[in-house]
Every structure is written in structure tokens, then in C-alpha cells.
Design a protein around this ligand. Structure first.
Ligand SMILES: [Cu+2]
Length: 152
């Protein structure tokens, strides 16, 4: 019995270990997908600052809409905007904490150094909420989160 539960634990650990990428890809469908720049209907400017807030932090979009997010860092620290579910964002933040040197640049994220501006072209697929956060260590925890309210 004890042996069986240890084996179960090992299986669970193995299943979870490479699961980060897989889970992320799976949830990618729920949050939408990289958009076609030709189909952009709206440009939305979002600024991240050292007060650990985004401005604006709540944005209404429509299901199926393709938007260009212009992410500006108006602070003196590095910031980032990563789209995802809160769960995936927390996992990403944890990964960043363990591997601060980690290079990561995917279509659903924009890493902005002080004074920089970067863009994400994104198409929202489902009605509901798509969250975003800064996964620079400590920032999400300090409240650097925001959300898109995807309407029909
Ligand atoms: Cu930040």
C-alpha cells in the first residue's frame, strides 16, 4: 500500500515535470492565439510602472477580436506582460523565480526594459476573462495583474 502510493507520487511528479509547456500550450487555446497583424481592429496601450500596477488594468474586448497591445514600461525596473490564466501566470512566476536568467519570448508575452515599448498582437477566442501579469519576481505578488473581459 505504502509502496503503491510512492509509485503514484513518482508517476504524478513525472507527469507534472514536463507538463509546464504542455499545460501552457493547452491553456493557450483558452486565452486565444497570436493574431494576424492585418486583422487588428484596435490598438490598446498598456503601461506598466514601478508602483506594480498596469494602466489600464481592466480592458473590455470582444470574442474573436484581434488587438494590438502596445506595452510600455514607464518605470525604472524591468516589467513584463504575460497573458494567461492566473494559475498559469503563477506557475510562470515560480519558474522565473527559479531561473531568473531564463530567456523567454513567446507571442503571448512582452518583456519590456525601462523606457521600452513592445507589442503583442492577440486574438481572443472565448468569452470570459483572460488575465495578464508581470512575472518578474515579486511583481505579480505585489499586485501587478490585470484582465481582459472578453464579451460576446
Ligand atoms: Cu513588473
Amino acid at each position: 500500500m505504502k509502496k503503491a502510493s510512492i509509485i503514484t507520487a513518482i508517476i504524478a511528479a513525472v507527469a507534472l515535470a514536463p507538463g509546464f509547456g504542455a499545460a501552457d500550450a493547452g491553456h493557450g487555446a483558452a486565452i486565444g492565439k497570436p493574431g494576424d497583424p492585418k486583422k487588428v481592429t484596435r490598438t490598446i496601450a498598456i503601461a506598466g510602472s514601478d508602483t506594480m500596477r498596469y494602466s489600464p488594468s481592466e480592458i473590455n474586448v470582444k470574442r474573436g477580436e484581434t488587438v494590438r497591445l502596445v506595452v510600455k514600461n514607464s518605470g525604472k525596473l524591468d516589467h513584463e506582460l504575460v497573458l494567461g490564466s492566473l494559475k498559469a501566470l503563477k506557475e510562470h512566476a515560480e519558474l522565473m523565480r527559479k531561473h531568473p536568467e531564463m530567456e523567454h519570448d513567446e507571442p503571448h508575452m512582452a518583456y519590456v526594459r525601462p523606457g521600452e515599448t513592445r507589442e503583442i498582437v492577440w486574438q481572443f477566442a472565448r468569452a470570459g476573462t483572460v488575465q495578464f501579469a508581470c512575472t518578474v519576481p515579486g511583481h505579480l505578488e505585489a499586485g501587478m495583474v490585470g484582465k481582459f473581459k472578453v464579451g460576446t
